[in-house]
Write a protein that binds this ligand. Structure first.
Ligand SMILES: Nc1ncnc2c1ncn2[C@@H]1O[C@H](COP(=O)(O)OP(=O)(O)OP(=O)(O)O)[C@@H](O)[C@H]1O
Ligand SMILES: Nc1ncnc2c1ncn2[C@@H]1O[C@H](COP(=O)(O)OP(=O)(O)OP(=O)(O)O)[C@@H](O)[C@H]1O
Ligand SMILES: [Mg+2]
Ligand SMILES: [Mg+2]
Lengths: 256, 256
C-alpha cells in the first residue's frame, strides 16, 4: 500500500505547494510511482503541473462528495510515474456541504483506500487553513511534512498546527507521525532566519530534515510552464534540493 | 465616519498582514487615528503589534458572535493613534457557528457602525481564504487593497478574488471599490517579477499603486518585537515604502 504524506502548514505562502509538486516529482524520478492530490481550492498544485481540470472534468470534489471513484479522477502528468488528482474552486463549498454528513473527516482516507497497486507514495497538498480539507488530509495520511519559513509569523502558527495534529491522532488517526520539518527559502545570511532555525532545532531535534531549500527563482518560474523544477531546470539549486529531500524522505519513510 | 479598507488576497503569504500592520501604523503616524481589525484566526496582526489577546479577553470573536460591543474589544498599541481589535483561534469556529444565522455576512459591518468618532480609518486584515471572515470584511469595507507577489500562483488566484469581490458588490455592498493593488517583495532583477508586473499593469492600469514594497528583512523582524516597522526601524526601506503607500492611500481615499 502506498505511503501517504500530507504537506501541511496553515501559515500562508511557506512553500506547501512548491514542496508538494517538487517532492512528488522527485519521488517519481526515483522510480517510485507517486500520486499528488491537490486538496486546495486554489488549485495551485494542479496548474503548477499543467493539469488544471477542464470545466466539467471530475476532480477531488467529485471524489470526496462520492460522485466519482479514484480511477476516474487520476490524471497523468508530463513526468513518467507522476499522476495527479486536480483540485478545484468548488472544494470551497465542501466545508459546508459535508457539515452534517457521516464520517466527513474520513472521506479522503476512504477514497485513497482504492489506490492502484503501482503507487508507492501519495502526496497531499493542503490549503492554508485548519479546515475540513486539511482535516481530511491529516486523517488520510501516515505522516505529515511541515514546510517552514524561518520567520516570526510562521513560528507563531506552529503551536496551532501541532495541536491540530494531536487532535487528529487522538480522534481519528493514532499512527499519524510528523515525518519532519523542512526549511524553505532559508537565508542563512539573516539573523532572523538563523534565530528561528535555532529555536526550531531546539524544539524538533532530529525531526528537522537535513535538506534545506534555498530561495531559488527557478522554483517560482517552473509552475508558469506547468512543470516541476526537475523538468524545467534540473541543474538549478531548487531542483537539487528537492532531489536531496526525496532521498531523505525515502530513507525515513520506506524504513517504516 | 471612518473609511474602511480591507486588505485581502486568498493567496497565502503575499503580505496581507505586513501591509495591514504597517499601513495602519503609517496612517496613524500621519495623525489620522486608525483601528486595525485582525480578521484572521492566525492572529498575526494582533501579535505583530504586541496586542495578542490574553486568555479570556474579548476579541473579534465576541464582537461577531454578539457577546461584546466594539468599545469592549478596542485595545491601544505602542503607537499613539493606532488601536487594534485582536483576532483569535476561536474565529475558526465562526464559519460553522453562524451557518444558519441571519445576516451572517453583515456582522462586522454592523459592529463597525458603532466606531468612535475619532477614527479616520479602519484597516481589516483578512485570512488566506475566501471564507465567511473574508466575506464579512468585504461587506464591511468601502474599498479593498490587494497585496500581490509578482509570481505565478499569486497571479493565478487573482481571478477568483475579483469574482468574489464582484459577488459581494452584487449582493451586499454595491459601493465596494478596489482601492488598488500593491506589489510586495517586488524584485525587479528577476524576469518573472517584471513579466507578472507587466501583466498586472496591463489589466489594472492606474489601480496599481505607484509605491512598490521591496523585500526588506526589517519588515520580517519588526513583528517579533511586537512593533510596526516605523517604530522598529524608521530609516529602513520597508518603513519608507509604507509611509509612501500611506500618502498614496490618503490621496486616493480621502478624496472620496
Ligand atoms: N524556495 C523557493 N524559492 C523561490 N520561490 C519559492 C520558493 N518556495 C516557494 N516559492 C514561491 O513562493 C510563493 C509561495 O509558495 P507556495 O505557493 O508554494 O506556498 P504555499 O504554502 O503553497 O502557499 P498557500 O498558503 O497559498 O497554499 C510561490 O510563488 C512560490 O513559487
Ligand atoms: N516586503 C517584505 N520584505 C520582507 N519580508 C516580508 C515582506 N512582506 C512580508 N514579509 C514576510 O513574509 C511572510 C509573509 O508575509 P505575511 O505574513 O504578511 O503575508 P500574509 O499574506 O498575511 O500571509 P497569510 O496568507 O498567512 O495571512 C512574513 O514572514 C512576513 O514577515
Ligand atoms: Mg499552496
Ligand atoms: Mg496574514
Amino acid at each position: 500500500l502506498p505511503r501517504i504524506l500530507a504537506i501541511s502548514n496553515q501559515k500562508g505562502g511557506v512553500g506547501k505547494t512548491t514542496t508538494a509538486i517538487n517532492l512528488a516529482a522527485s519521488l517519481a524520478a526515483a522510480e517510485l510511482p507517486t500520486l499528488l492530490v491537490d486538496c486546495d481550492p486554489q488549485g495551485n498544485a494542479s496548474s503548477g503541473l499543467g493539469a488544471a481540470a477542464a470545466p466539467g472534468e471530475p476532480t477531488l470534489y467529485q471524489l470526496l462528495s462520492g460522485e466519482a471513484e479514484l480511477a476516474q479522477v487520476l490524471r497523468p502528468t508530463a513526468l513518467e510515474g507522476l499522476e495527479v488528482v486536480a483540485g478545484s474552486r468548488d472544494l470551497v463549498g465542501l466545508n459546508l456541504e459535508l457539515l452534517g454528513a457521516e464520517q466527513r473527516e474520513e472521506r479522503l482516507r476512504q477514497a485513497l483506500a482504492q489506490a492502484p497497486e503501482r503507487l508507492r507514495f501519495i502526496v497531499l497538498d493542503c490549503p492554508p487553513a485548519l479546515d475540513l480539507l486539511t482535516l481530511n488530509a491529516l486523517v488520510a495520511a501516515h505522516a505529515v511534512i511541515i514546510p517552514m519559513q524561518c520567520e516570526y509569523f510562521a513560528l507563531e502558527g506552529l503551536s496551532q498546527l501541532l495541536a491540530t495534529i494531536q487532535a487528529v491522532q487522538a480522534r481519528w488517526n493514532p499512527t499519524l507521525e510528523i515525518a519532519g520539518v523542512v526549511f524553505n527559502q532559508f537565508d542563512e545570511r539573516t539573523h532572523l532566519s538563523r534565530q528561528v532555525a535555532n529555536d526550531l532545532r531546539a524544539h524538533f531535534g532530529a525531526q528537522i530534515f537535513r535538506t534545506t531549500v534555498p530561495r531559488n527563482v527557478r522554483l517560482a518560474e517552473a509552475p508558469s510552464f506547468g512543470q516541476p523544477v526537475l523538468l524545467y531546470d534540473v541543474r538549478s539549486k531548487g531542483s537539487e534540493a528537492f532531489l536531496q529531500l526525496a532521498r531523505e524522505v525515502i530513507e525515513r519513510e520506506l524504513a517504516q
